[in-house]
Design a protein around this ligand. Structure first.
Ligand SMILES: Cc1cc2nc3c(=O)[nH]c(=O)nc-3n(C[C@H](O)[C@H](O)[C@H](O)COP(=O)(O)O)c2cc1C
Length: 142
């Protein structure tokens, strides 16, 4: 098995409902290819981690990379793995929408990120890097 983590920036013209539709279609596709992972969006940025059969992950990434809905797509980490960090999620999606001044919402978000990172197993270095990246997002608020 294989994992790949990338970051990108999505087009401002992409609406919430377009992202929701894309996530639903992606979930069905990923499930059919035994791919699991998580997509986080925050202030026009995406971070996605994918896990599954190596050929399927590489095939999917080359499709995703050429998707015009986002740009500046860069791989942060990729490596073979023995175990999945997201075995139960074909495509979990967490949009982060928080105003800097809303300290309660920010606190809730930090708690949720910390619960999620405990709940999902950091069984490989790419998953550890994924959560580090998300914490960087939530830390930019303070
Ligand atoms: C940020 C982002 C993440 C995506 N993640 C996935 C994914 O995990 N699985 C998937 O099938 N498509 C994903 N897509 C959609 C693909 O890029 C592509 O539109 C889809 O696979 C259909 O490909 P096709 O138009 O070549 O048939 C993602 C797109 C974006 C912009």
């Amino acid at each position: 098995m294989y994992t790949l983590l990338y970051i990108s920036k999505y087009r401002k013209t992409l609406t919430d409902s377009e992202i929701d539709t894309m996530v639903q279609t992606s979930g069905a596709y990923n499930a059919s290819k035994d791919i699991t992972g998580c997509l986080i969006t925050y202030k026009g940025k995406c971070v996605q981690i994918l896990e599954g059969p190596e050929t399927e992950i590489k095939k999917l990434y080359s499709r995703v990379k050429s998707d015009p809905r986002h740009y500046e797509v860069h791989i942060l980490s990729e490596n073979p793995i023995d175990e999945r960090a997201f075995p139960q999620f074909a495509m979990s999606y967490l949009p982060i929408k928080i105003e800097r001044k809303d300290s309660q919402a920010l606190e809730r978000l930090r708690t949720n990120v910390s619960i999620l990172s405990d709940f999902t197993n950091p069984v490989h270095k790419t998953a550890v890097l994924f959560w580090k990246k998300i914490r960087e997002f939530t830390d930019t608020f303070s």
